[in-house]
Design a protein around this ligand. Structure first.
Ligand code: E4P
Length: 214
C-alpha cells in the first residue's frame, strides 16, 4: 500500500515526508498553476530533496512526438521521475515508447476499464483512475478501481493501479480494499487518515487515568 501526495506545494510535501509514510508525489498542471511554481524547477527540487519512489511530471502536446519532446526536459533528473501522459491514442503511443526505453509512466485521466486495458498494453507503470471525478458524475469511482484490479489480476498485467482524484478517507480505504496499489492523496486527506473519534475519546480517558495512577 503506497501513498503519494497529490500536490505541487513544497511545504505540504516536506511536512508530511518526515512521517516516513509518503512514497511519492503526483502533480498536474492545475496544481502547479495554483502553487505558482516553475514546473521544471519544482520537479528538480523534489528529486533533490526527497527519496521518493515516484514523482509524476505531466507533459502536454497534441501528438506523441510533442509529448515525447516535452518529456525530455524531465528525463535524466532522477530515476524516480515518472512521465504523466493523458489516456489518449497519442498519449499511449508516447507511453509505449517511454516504457520500452525503461522510463516510468503514469497514464492519467482514466475513466473506464477499457481505457485501463489499453494503458496496460502500452506498458504503463501506473494507471490513474479518477475516483472523485467519476463520483461527481454519479458513477462509482471505487467500482472502477475494483474492475481494473480484477481484470489486471486475471491477465497478470504489471501496470499498477494509482487511485487518483480522492477527496475523502473513506474512498482511500475502499480503493486499497479493491486492489489499488497506490492512492494519491491531497495533503488534507492524508492528515485525516490518522483520525478517529474513538481514538480521541479513548486517549482522553487513558490520559486521565495515567494522571490518577502516577
Ligand atoms: C492525479 O494524478 C490528479 O492530479 C488528481 O488526483 C486529480 O484530482 P482532482 O479530480 O481532485 O482534480
Amino acid at each position: 500500500m503506497k501513498i503519494f501526495l497529490d500536490t505541487a506545494d513544497y511545504n505540504s510535501i516536506a511536512e508530511r515526508y518526515v512521517t516516513g509514510l509518503v512514497d511519492g508525489v503526483t502533480t498536474n498542471p492545475t496544481l502547479v498553476r495554483k502553487s505558482g511554481v516553475n514546473y521544471l524547477d519544482f520537479i528538480k527540487t523534489l528529486a533533490k530533496d526527497f527519496a521518493f519512489e515516484s514523482i509524476s511530471a505531466e507533459v502536454d502536446g497534441e501528438t506523441h512526438d510533442v509529448m515525447l519532446e516535452n518529456a525530455n526536459q524531465f528525463l535524466n533528473i532522477d530515476p524516480s521521475i515518472t512521465i504523466k501522459l493523458p489516456l489518449t491514442k497519442e498519449g499511449l503511443i508516447a507511453c509505449r515508447d517511454l516504457s520500452m526505453s525503461g522510463i516510468k509512466t503514469n497514464v492519467t485521466l482514466c475513466f473506464s476499464a477499457a481505457q485501463a486495458v489499453m494503458a496496460a498494453k502500452a506498458g504503463a507503470t501506473y494507471i490513474s483512475p479518477f475516483v472523485g471525478r467519476l463520483n461527481d458524475n454519479s458513477i462509482s469511482g471505487v467500482e472502477l478501481v475494483r474492475a481494473i484490479s480484477g481484470l489486471y489480476c486475471s491477465h497478470g498485467a504489471e501496470t499498477k493501479i494509482l487511485a487518483a482524484s480522492l477527496r475523502d478517507v473513506h474512498h482511500v480505504s475502499r480503493c486499497f480494499l479493491y486492489g489499488a496499489n497506490v492512492c494519491t492523496l491531497p495533503p488534507a486527506v492524508f492528515d485525516k487518515m490518522y483520525n478517529h473519534v474513538l481514538t480521541d475519546s479513548g486517549l482522553a480517558i487513558f490520559e486521565k487515568d495515567f494522571q490518577a495512577i502516577k
